[in-house]
Design a protein around this ligand. Structure first.
Ligand SMILES: [Zn+2]
Length: 320
């Protein structure tokens, strides 16, 4: 829990709120993507649930334990789906806005609901309007931590009813510390920060313009092609569309570089943010990266990069 880099004042503020008698019920964590807002929210949630009111949380009381092993029914996390959205959905559709608001009308087993909405800006205006009622009157014992990387995409009415905590960009030093100390991504923002090579602006593009999911699909298609010789993979058709302003090759190269790190450190157990493109073969990864670098350098001579890529991947797959 103490592995959050930076944000000293914000964390101090959250600590003092967690132990105060007048705990606000609705929070909005705002700030650029990939700087640790989710980690701060997890930290805050842990402070709130600990029965011993320890700081850092004791980790041994039943509340701490059920939070850690994910068995607590009263700890609810809403995250974007594979399309990068949190859908309006319905009462019965797990993980959607209506499901959450319905759920919070039911009695909690511990007397307290802790809700993390990791991507308030991924909820449509209509969805935020539905959420507004809950934000206005969260009900007894409900604490809602909303996270958004863009304040302009949050309804003003939600902002005005929430305790806003602003998080700021990290320094280059702090970013490199994260990349060294935290090889496993816990959100798309973490992953975006890693594959952008620590660039906050590229990270922002990847997350806010929702470019990361299609790039993950492309990386997945590359993986499929070299491993299963799926030469005519559909997702590779999108390659040219994304091979524009975003330094697609650099991002893919960073992705597979990072994959190498994971293989070396045997770090990966199961991580849903990585599984899409994960290749468990050090030598193949090295050859793949070499190919991608070559293609990137050839780019200016190559009008149709998609076919060049397919040909290169096919060649790789023939030689494993
Ligand atoms: Zn505890």
């Amino acid at each position: 829990m103490n592995d959050i880099v930076g944000h000293f004042n914000q964390l101090q503020h959250l600590r003092s709120l967690a132990f105060s008698q007048r705990l606000p019920q609705t929070f909005l964590f705002c700030g650029p993507a990939g700087i640790g807002k989710r980690k701060a929210a997890d930290f805050f949630a842990a402070l709130l649930v600990c029965q011993r009111k320890d700081e850092p949380p004791c980790g041994i009381c039943s509340s701490c334990k059920s939070l850690q092993n994910g068995s607590s029914q009263d700890y609810i996390v809403l995250e974007p789906d594979e399309k990068g959205r949190i859908a309006v959905g319905s009462d019965n559709e797990n993980g959607t806005v209506r499901w959450l608001t319905h759920r919070l009308t039911e009695k909690s087993s511990s007397g307290r609901y802790i809700v993390i909405i990791d991507g308030l800006d991924r909820i449509s205006e209509a969805g935020q309007n539905i959420l507004l009622k809950t934000v206005e009157e969260p009900g007894k014992g409900v604490v809602i931590i909303q996270i958004s990387s863009s304040k302009s995409r949050v309804l003003p009415t939600i902002i005005s009813r929430s305790m806003v905590i602003n998080f700021h960009s990290l320094t280059a030093e702090q970013i490199s510390k994260i990349l060294k100390t935290d090889p496993e991504p816990h959100s798309y923002e973490d992953l975006a920060l890693i594959v952008s090579g620590g660039s906050v602006s590229v990270t922002k593009d990847l997350v806010e313009k929702q470019i990361l999911p299609p790039i993950l699909d492309i990386a997945g298609a590359i993986r499929e092609t070299v491993i299963n010789k799926a030469v005519f993979n559909e997702n590779l058709s999108d390659f040219d569309a994304y091979n524009g302003d975003f330094g697609l090759y650099d991002i893919l190269i960073n992705m597979f570089h990072y994959n190498i790190k994971l293989v070396i450190h045997k770090k990966l157990q199961y991580n849903r943010y990585v599984e899409n493109f994960y290749i468990d073969d050090y030598v193949l990864l090295q050859r793949l990266i070499k190919k991608l670098l070559q293609l990137k350098n050839d780019l200016k001579f190559n009008v149709n990069s998609k076919y060049a890529l397919k040909a290169a991947l096919y060649e790789l797959s023939e030689n494993i």
